[in-house]
Ligand binder design. Structure first.
Ligand code: ATP
Length: 600
């Protein structure tokens, strides 16, 4: 997974504020962590005073009792510090993990209910990065950076106060020299970080190239491309090496610089402080405590500057996650559903329907479409590619709202129903049946998990799938791969029909498979449709003559409008477009089969 280094940052740390909402339920854990944080910072600060007492009273006065007492006191501090660190680390990390899990859940459960158009306008890879990388960034920040920042702010403030309490003159000297020490470290630190990122990118390129060549090894070797690939690989490795060396140079320089500055600072402090000790103005213990606090203050400045970029990255991540969480669904549901009238005459009515895709406003895909489907009727939808057949199916399932016009399901406008009511009244069989990895049973009961064994068998039987499922070694429990791997096209389609039927839909929307199904599978599907006739209303996007002939009625959709309505015989005589379309669309084989069937 991406480590998030390349994710955009936000300069405004206030963007982190919405993350509070997710922290609120865990106030207790945050309180424990905060108490432990204050306690450990306090203990760390008091160590300086301990050092002073040990040196001044234990060592200088030669009192072994005071030395032992001081060491005991020190030991107690260490135990408290250890326990406090454990509590702080545990609770802070716990809260980080919990909050990022909650955010992931909130984002996913929000996204899965959004209108499908949202995923056309937003790249799925970007959404995925937000769910994984951005939440991980937040987890790092809540689970460590914030605590590091708070601890170091406390240490910085406490250390500074104690510096002045210990020796005001020396403190002023230290403060005046801080910019000289910190600035170069920050500048070089930033350069090293940028180069690290660059180095990661170039290494990723090396990996991508190697992966591509090795995945397509036969093509590479077949075209004698090995030497060229090696040369290309060498070039990229060379670039990665050069960048790594630049980073190493900067880093070595940084390390040397830090050593020089730190040791220089110690020497200066020792020199100035030493003079004061010699002159009796301060005790040796005070000087030692002073050096301890000076290190603490400098260290905390360094740590804060380190985590500052983490905080900026997390602010960017929060901004993007909040954007996802706030994305409104364009499919509004009524507060209460109108419900369906008793025994409606029509299970599907389409009235003056026009539609334009929201992100392609220039093209009207459907124009003033009108038709009625009686309850129990079977209607075939026929039309050239791009006529708007699939779009019509999407609108009937309310994946989009019409630009104008209405769709009535069982007598009620679908806009006045809950989305779940619309979808549970409809069974949809897509052209390319999407199956999920898991057992056949899980796939068939996908839309009706409560179904009993009898219902499952009935649906499989109606879909002419029972026989082949029973022949599989594990029957219904047979595991299939993602997308239905391990099954033939016809078998997948029949399972998809069974899945739709198990929902006991009022309207079955069937997008007939165009990919060549073998004659046997095709015949099974034809028989299924025949058995379904009368049980529910069927609207089928038909690509085969056999289906068209089965239908009670045929609707011809052309360039977004219904241009004719009738049965096969009527239309072939009366409608030029249909006659032409039938000739092209329905293969010779289809026509011959049809002739044979009618003759028989
Ligand atoms: P086919 O038989 O080839 O599947 P179809 O009749 O089902 O075609 P649709 O898929 O409904 O046709 O497409 C109708 C028109 O809408 C086409 O011009 C297509 O380019 C456009 N279209 C389809 N889906 C989208 C989308 N998500 N965004 C924008 N335009 C789309």
């Amino acid at each position: 997974m991406d480590d998030g280094l390349n994710r955009p940052v936000s300069k405004k740390l206030t963007n982190l504020r919405p993350a509070w909402r997710f922290l609120k339920p865990y106030r207790r854990q945050v309180l424990w962590a905060s108490m432990a944080l204050v306690m450990t910072a306090g203990v760390t600060l008091s160590i300086g005073q301990g050092i002073r007492i040990v040196i001044d009273q234990g060592l200088s006065d030669g009192s072994s009792m005071i030395l032992s007492q001081s060491i005991w006191f020190f030991a107690i501090l260490v135990v408290v510090l250890t326990l406090g660190t454990f509590v702080r680390f545990y609770f802070v990390s716990w809260v980080g993990e919990r909050v990022s899990a909650d955010i992931r859940y909130a984002v996913f459960s929000h996204l899965i209910n959004l209108h499908p158009g949202f995923f056309e306008e937003n790249l799925p890879t970007e959404i995925q990065s937000r769910i994984t990388t951005d939440t991980t960034l937040l987890q790092t920040v809540i689970g460590s950076s914030v605590s590091i920042a708070l601890r170091n702010i406390l240490m910085f403030c406490g250390g500074l106060v104690l510096l002045f309490v210990t020796n005001a003159k020396l403190s002023l000297v230290v403060i005046a020299s801080v910019p000289f020490v910190v600035l170069p470290v920050i500048i070089f630190g930033r350069r090293v970080r940028n180069l690290s990122r660059f180095s990661q990118d170039t290494l990723a390129e090396v990996g991508t190239q190697a992966g591509e060549s090795l995945r397509n090894i036969k093509i590479v070797q077949s075209f004698n491309h090995e030497a060229h690939d090696v040369q290309e690989f060498d070039k990229r490795v060379g670039v990665a090496f050069d960048i790594a060396i630049q980073r190493i140079k900067q880093r070595s320089f940084l390390i040397a610089l830090v050593m020089l500055l730190v040791l220089g600072a110690i020497a200066t402090m020792l020199w100035i402080g030493g003079q004061d000790v010699l002159a009796g103005r301060i005790s040796p213990g005070e000087l030692a405590a002073f050096i301890f606090y000076a290190f603490m203050v400098a260290g905390s400045v360094g740590a804060i500057s380190e985590v500052y970029s983490d905080l900026q990255r997390a602010a960017g991540a929060t901004e993007r996650l909040v954007e996802l969480l706030g994305a409104p669904s364009q499919l509004l549901e009524p507060p209460t559903s109108k419900g369906f009238p008793q025994n409606p005459e029509y299970s599907l009515s389409v009235d003056g329907l026009s539609f334009t895709y929201p992100h392609r406003k220039s093209i009207e895909v459907l124009t003033d479409v009108n038709f009625l489907i009686k309850t129990g009727e079977m209607v075939a939808l026929v039309g050239p590619s791009g006529a708007g057949k699939s779009t019509l199916f999407d609108l009937v399932q309310r994946f989009y709202d019409p630009t104008s016009g209405r769709i009535l399901l069982n007598g009620t406008n679908i806009g006045e129903l809950k989305l779940s009511e619309v979808r549970s009244s409809i069974g949809f069989v897509p052209q390319d049946p999407t199956l999920f990895s898991g057992s056949i049973r899980a796939n068939v009961t996908y839309g009706a998990p409560e179904s009993d064994e009898h219902e499952i068998h009935e649906a499989l039987e109606l879909a002419h799938a029972l026989k082949f499922v029973k022949q599989l070694p594990d029957g219904l429990e047979t595991l299939i791969g993602e997308g239905g791997a391990g099954l033939s096209g016809g078998q997948k389609q029949r399972l998809a029909i069974a899945r739709a039927l198990l929902k006991k839909p009022d309207v079955l929307l069937l997008d007939e498979a165009t990919s060549a199904l073998d004659a046997e599978s095709e015949e099974y599907i034809r028989q299924s449709i025949q058995e379904l006739k009368g049980r529910c209303s069927i609207l089928v996007i038909a690509h085969r003559l056999s289906t068209v002939r089965q239908a009670d009625r045929i609707l011809i959709l052309s360039e977004g409008s219904v241009v004719a309505d009738g049965n096969h015989e009527q239309l072939i005589k009366s409608n030029d477009l249909y006659a032409r379309f039938a000739k092209i669309q329905f293969s010779n084989e289809d026509l011959m089969q049809d002739k044979a069937r009618t003759a028989g």
